[in-house]
Design a protein. Structure first.
Length: 324
């Protein structure tokens, strides 16, 4: 894994698409203790922008402030300091709430309703007509992989964790929102359930929806997200695309033995030679380079990507910050 980036290097440049979420200096502090004389800050000076059509992942360890930020954006709680806009409007605007979808981490469901009845109830809250409800529920059941028969007959108390997440996803989309907020959508799911939820998010991404979600499942984030941000102890410590943070996927380190070094040198950056052993970062197509080695009389030992995984980067950033 490479050296950690500086704070300036970690902040991504603005994109050209309109801003859907924009925050400036958001902070949230709570008073705790028996006499409410202790002050705990769960979010500190958070400034970020999420653009239209992006899938944006918010990462961080437990207690980092991820859910606090999400609740502020949704108008559930108010920031202590700072300001923010959602879809170009101040937070809490009632018209904006009609254009967003939300799936909390631990959603509460009315156990004795069927999935179909629950979605009808949710659609009614948004004022959808009966005909629109029927059409939209059928579309969403197909999207989330629940059969109409099961949704009409099976009560939610009989649903598995994965099925509940999928019907929860359907209710978050019932109003065809412009932006979807998902709080730990893969939490507690088995590999099959995680795959199903990931496929739903990817389908929304293909539709051009703006998706803002928190997750601990870094491998899924790496597949899904256009950009990510990392929170630790309430502070934003990194933000950008995966290529910006991890490096491009076509960075390769080659190690080999022997050959005409002069012929190999044009192909390698940061080349080092120790006796017959050599190594360096490949310039150009790594497979073309591999074909060149035997022509130069050398032997390839290893050729591997040098880009770290998101998990390696995440752990490195948290560790570096706490050891500083």
């Amino acid at each position: 894994m490479g050296a950690a980036l500086s704070q300036d290097e970690l902040i991504a440049k603005p994109e050209s698409a309109p801003a859907v979420v924009h925050t400036e200096g958001l902070s949230k502090a709570y008073r705790t203790g028996f006499w409410l004389n202790q002050r705990v800050t769960s979010l500190k000076d958070c400034s970020l922008t999420v653009h239209q059509g992006e899938t944006f992942g918010l990462l961080g360890p437990n207690g980092a402030g991820k859910t606090t930020l999400l609740k502020i954006l949704l108008g559930i709680i108010r920031p202590t300091v700072g300001q923010a806009t959602l879809l170009g409007h101040p937070l809490g605007d009632s018209a904006v709430k009609q254009r967003i979808g939300y799936l909390p981490e631990n959603a509460y469901f009315y156990d004795f309703l069927t999935g179909w009845e629950f979605l009808q109830y949710t659609a009614g809250l948004f004022g959808l007509s009966r005909a629109a409800q029927q059409r939209r529920i059928v579309e969403l059941l197909e999207l989330v992989g629940l059969s109409q028969a099961a949704a009409k007959k099976k009560q939610l108390r009989q649903y598995s964790k994965g099925m509940l997440q999928r019907v929860g996803m359907a209710q978050a989309l019932i109003n065809d929102p412009d932006v979807v907020f998902l709080d730990e959508p893969m939490s507690g799911l088995d590999p099959t359930g995680r795959f199903q939820v990931r496929e739903i998010i990817l389908a929304l991404k293909r539709e051009g929806k703006t998706i803002f979600f928190n997750s601990h499942i870094l491998s899924d984030v790496e597949v899904i997200c256009d950009r990510i941000a990392i929170l630790d102890q309430g502070e934003l410590i990194a933000m950008g695309s995966l290529d910006q943070l991890l490096g491009t996927a076509d960075q390769y380190l080659a190690k080999g033995r022997g050959g005409h070094i002069a012929d190999l040198k044009p192909w390698l950056d940061q080349m080092t030679v120790q006796g017959e052993l050599w190594q360096g970062h490949v310039k150009g197509n790594p497979y073309d380079f591999a074909k060149q080695i035997p022509l130069a009389g050398g032997h390839l030992i290893t050729l591997q990507q040098t880009r770290p995984t998101l998990e390696e980067f995440f752990i490195g950033q948290i560790r570096q910050r706490r050891e500083a």
